[in-house]
Design a protein around this ligand. Structure first.
Ligand code: HQG
Length: 180
């Protein structure tokens, strides 16, 4: 039996990037059918039931997934590379937000700005500590302060996901500062 974390990572892959891995598809709002997800996971050599799926959704430390009201559908709240519309809330950002990355990307980001790369959005964090954690996923962490208030005044749009991740389409270099 796989650990819940391993199963959760597999579910993230399915619901954000590659539903075809288990032969399912997402609808235009990013929803997968729960029965199809469970059957697909079980047919791909792993083992999961509804109770375990509910536990994963309930206990995920970042709140990555949501069910619909009757729990017949499930989706990832953010982080997609496949083009779906998860009905994000458009919001006014605070004056600054943070972006954690790997030090090895910092020069390229200073000259090109932040791009969404393989995902639909650039992900921003509300505090420095969270940004460091995100950055560590890419090696030695490097944190940028993003002047989101100025961006907003200049017409850039911001959204917040169901699980509290700040998102924007891209950040030009003029709105970035190295955190010191
Ligand atoms: C970098 C996790 C070079 C960018 C986290 C990042 C997050 C550039 C990497 C979520 C660049 C993409 C997303 C440029 C951006 N040149 N590198 N111009 N522009 N980059 O994983 O933000 O645990 O797609 O800095 O908590 O690290 O999966 O994005 O380092 O919320 O739920 O390109 O993933 O959440 O990497 O992480 P990613 P991210 P989960």
């Amino acid at each position: 039996m796989k650990s819940l974390t391993e199963l959760s990572k597999f579910i993230a892959l399915i619901l954000r990037h590659k539903p075809e891995t288990i032969g399912i598809s997402l609808d235009q709002n990013g929803w997968a059918n729960v029965g199809e997800l469970i059957d697909g996971i079980n047919q791909s050599g792993h083992s999961i039931d509804m109770e375990t799926l509910e536990e994963i959704v309930r206990t995920d430390e970042k709140g990555r997934y949501s069910f619909n009201d009757d729990k017949t559908k499930i989706r990832a709240n953010q982080g997609h590379s496949v083009n779906v519309d998860v009905e994000l809330k458009e919001v006014v950002p605070p004056e600054i937000l943070f972006h954690g990355t790997g030090e090895r990307f910092s020069e390229s980001i200073k000259s090109e700005g932040l791009k969404p790369m393989s995902r639909l959005y650039v992900h921003l964090s509300k505090d420095f500590e969270t940004a460091v954690k995100v950055g560590k996923r890419h090696g030695k962490p490097f944190v940028f302060v993003v002047k989101t208030g100025e961006m907003y005044k200049r017409g850039y749009k911001f959204w917040i996901s169901e699980n509290g991740v700040w998102l924007t389409k891209a950040v030009p270099p003029e709105f970035l500062e190295e955190y010191k």
